[in-house]
Design a binder for this molecule. Structure first.
Ligand SMILES: [Zn+2]
Ligand SMILES: [Zn+2]
Ligand SMILES: [Zn+2]
Length: 495
């Protein structure tokens, strides 16, 4: 099993970190436990030069960082050796059937040579120098045709298909039907990227998507955001195997995805950011799409758009459904569990210590025994990760470009678990905790996805008791959608 994040950007894309260079991508992939990274922006000439200088071929169609460019790090595992795959995102803006379409497409290629040839073909159409994610006045279907002409093995994935302004199904930019976009070439599309604001369970509601592999990627604009969403492959690490896994959805070679809770994404709900107005789709409809504060138009989000095109009810799970896990980045879990802000120095220190002592971020979030986490990082962080694994988090949904806000524990619980309240307050506080544990708060909308039953009564019975007991009793290491332990991960790739 390996973890892949196929859509990221280089420092040559707009609004990206200067650290989006191979050295830091390699470093952060080691911290995260990410095996395969889309290198991003291969259409940019200067980026290709940098890749030629810093990468060497590894497995068939993949690359790795040359030893001399590897950054030493006192946090990350030095034996872990991430691989790179050639990837690029292109923004196609064009008119079709009387409407302006703005669709982002992700392209994967098996070699730098193919990237060179495709880029030369695209240079005749538009400027590839000014932005690592170029904007071309090119029909998505024509981009697909050119790509396949240059490289029949290319993998072409419509990116973040639900975002309102730049995507295949976007409310303001896209199509209602994928075949209207790609026509007779639709059969060459095998995979769709669901984006941060939707998860597989939302996409299962459209029978029109049944034939596609649903992939997830981070679309990171800084290395620290790598693998915030990712895909799980249970196959050999090579370009042809990745392509085959995406094409053959019925095998287990494409195993599933690591997801944001879709509410965390910045376009999950509807709303108007300037007026700080966030609305669920039914409220938007009731308000005729008008912002109640300024009278302008509400931006329709992903949930609304999915519901508009869905032909199945919420909660439908197809028999071929792939595994998925909803995670929150570790530094945010740490921050929320300690009642701190994610950018605080203490959170950074805890994050570094956790990885140094226990292993990469994704291992800690998904697999590390909670006893070990508690031993190394304390009861609060262990409890935060336990709640995350059971989907017991509170999220104020994102809207109109604003990320969702996460709460895993409130102040009372933090005090109680850290022993302060329990030690220094009387029966009253204990009763309050027993009557209002966080897991009775409204669970996020993704709850339609299968979740193992929680033995809440046990927790509630003990809630007034010793906080430690919460940790000791937990069915550690369960995953959300099956209640079974996570499948064993293959050992880190060694150099
Ligand atoms: Zn995009
Ligand atoms: Zn992107
Ligand atoms: Zn407004």
């Amino acid at each position: 099993m390996f973890i892949a994040d196929l859509h990221i950007h280089s420092k040559y894309s707009r609004a990206t970190s200067k650290e989006c260079i191979p050295e830091f991508l390699d470093l952060w992939a080691r911290r995260k436990g990410l095996d395969l990274i889309g290198i991003g922006d291969f259409t940019h000439p200067a980026w290709r030069e940098e890749l030629k200088e810093k990468l060497i071929p590894s497995e068939d169609g993949l690359y790795t960082l040359k030893k001399e460019f590897r950054k030493e790090d006192d946090i990350a595992n030095t034996n872990f050796k991430p691989r790179f795959i050639l990837s690029s995102e292109i923004s196609c803006i064009y008119k079709k059937n009387g409407k302006v379409r703005k669709v982002h497409n992700l392209i994967l290629l098996p070699s730098l040579e193919d990237a060179e040839v495709l880029s030369h073909r695209l240079e005749a159409i538009g400027n590839l120098h000014s932005d690592g994610r170029p904007i071309l006045g090119l029909d998505s279907k024509d981009l697909l045709k050119i790509t396949l002409d240059v490289c029949p093995e290319a993998i072409f994935i419509p990116a973040h298909i639900w975002t309102p302004h730049f995507s295949l199904f976007g409310a303001y930019s896209g199509f209602d039907d994928i075949t209207e976009c790609f026509e007779d070439l639709t059969g060459h599309i095998y995979a769709l990227e669901t984006g941060l604001s939707s998860d597989p369970s939302m996409n299962w509601r459209l029978s029109a998507l049944d034939g596609f592999t649903l992939v997830s990627n981070s679309d990171a604009h800084s290395p620290a955001n790598l693998a915030r969403e990712a895909s799980l492959f249970d196959t050999t690490l090579s370009y042809p195997h990745v392509a085959r896994a995406l094409q053959n959805r019925d095998t287990r070679e494409f195993y599933g995805t690591i997801e944001f809770f879709p509410e965390e994404g910045k376009y999950h709900y509807d709303g108007h950011r300037t007026c700080k107005v966030c609305m669920k789709p039914t409220d938007t409809k009731a308000a005729s799409g008008i912002c109640p504060v300024c009278g302008g138009w509400i931006t329709v989000g992903v949930l609304h758009r999915v519901e508009a095109l869905a032909d199945r009810s919420e909660g439908f799970v197809p028999p071929w459904a792939k595994h998925f896990e909803s995670l929150i980045p570790l530094h945010e879990v740490v921050a929320s569990s300690l009642g701190l802000t994610p950018s605080s120095i203490k959170v950074k220190e805890k994050y570094g210590n956790l990885i140094r002592n226990l292993g990469p971020e994704l291992f800690i979030l998904r697999e590390a025994p909670l006893n070990d986490i508690e031993y190394k990082a304390g009861v609060l962080i262990a409890e935060g990760i336990r709640r995350l694994r059971h989907g017991k988090v509170e999220i104020q949904p994102g809207y109109d470009g604003e990320y969702g806000k996460i709460k895993i524990m409130d102040k009372n619980e933090i005090n109680l678990l850290s022993g302060q309240s329990y030690l220094f307050t009387g029966q009253e506080d204990q009763k309050q905790f027993a009557s209002k544990p966080a897991w009775t708060q409204k669970a996020p909308a993704h709850k339609a996805a299968p979740v193992p039953p929680l033995e809440d009564s046990r927790l509630q019975d003990k809630a007034a008791g010793i906080a430690q007991k919460l940790i000791e009793d937990m069915p550690y290491g369960l995953n959300r959608d099956s209640g079974k332990p996570f499948p064993p991960m293959s050992p880190p790739l060694l150099s």
